[in-house]
Design a protein around this ligand. Structure first.
Ligand code: CA
Length: 228
């Protein structure tokens, strides 16, 4: 197996060094880019397998880099920001990043996110495996039924619609507003906060069948993702 090549665009030398050590330990090949200058050119020319990109950079900033790269390439991008409040705004800008991390994050968390994004984008799930297989969850979008380890979950129509949005793109973080728009495109009566109660109900119903499993990840200050 060839090692994944990861570009880390990060101007704080100490953090960059720590990340490099962790990613190398996780058997990845790492290049650190210390500023935003030439980053777009290098990413497009050298085609890494994934880019970890800080938003605040000297030279060209991370958002500009993300936009310019995305205009020409589908390389997976994980954006780092120092402010959790900013993530919702970044999601709204539809920059096309694949995941978002808020500083400070643990290097271990970054490794896990990189692996999840690569699994999703490279289609390296084992052959025949579908989203949800890892946790025993299956959704049938035609019959509007969800099963956990073969047992039908008693979800309402709305709960099913919310779960389906997350389920279809494992690992991807969705804001409440995005879930709302995607799950209920024609329904203007549903408000943001109801997403939280739908998620709570979905979790409770999954727990009755599989007490140890919670495949839905809460992303503090942002929203939710499905890991499985
Ligand atoms: Ca920075």
């Amino acid at each position: 197996m060839t090692r994944d090549r990861i570009f880390v665009v990060e101007d704080e030398p100490e953090l960059a060094g720590i990340l490099r050590d962790y990613l190398v330990q996780a058997d990845m090949y790492v290049e650190i880019l210390n500023d935003g200058n030439n980053a777009v050119e290098r990413i497009l020319n050298e085609r890494p397998d994934l880019v970890v990109l800080d938003v605040m950079l000297p030279g060209v900033d991370g958002l500009t880099i993300c936009r310019q790269v995305r205009a020409k390439s589908t390389v997976p991008i994980i954006l780092e920001t120092a402010r959790v409040e900013e993530i919702d705004r970044l999601l709204g800008l539809e920059l096309g990043a694949d995941d978002y991390l808020c500083k400070p994050f643990s290097p271990r968390e970054l490794v896990a996110r990189i692996k999840a994004v690569l699994r999703r984008t490279q289609g390296t799930m084992p052959i025949g495996q579908e989203p949800g297989d890892a946790v025993g969850l299956a959704l049938d979008a035609e019959r509007w039924t969800a099963t956990m380890n073969g047992t039908v979950l008693d979800l309402t129509r709305r709960e099913f619609q919310v779960l389906l949005v997350l389920f279809q793109r494992p690992g991807r973080v969705f804001s409440r507003t995005q879930i709302l728009d995607l799950a209920f495109p024609d329904d203007s009566d549903v408000f943001d906060r109801t997403i939280d109660s739908h998620i709570k109900n979905i979790r409770r119903k999954i727990k009755t069948v599989a007490p140890a499993d919670d495949p839905i990840r809460s992303v503090y200050g942002v929203g939710y993702a499905f890991d499985g």
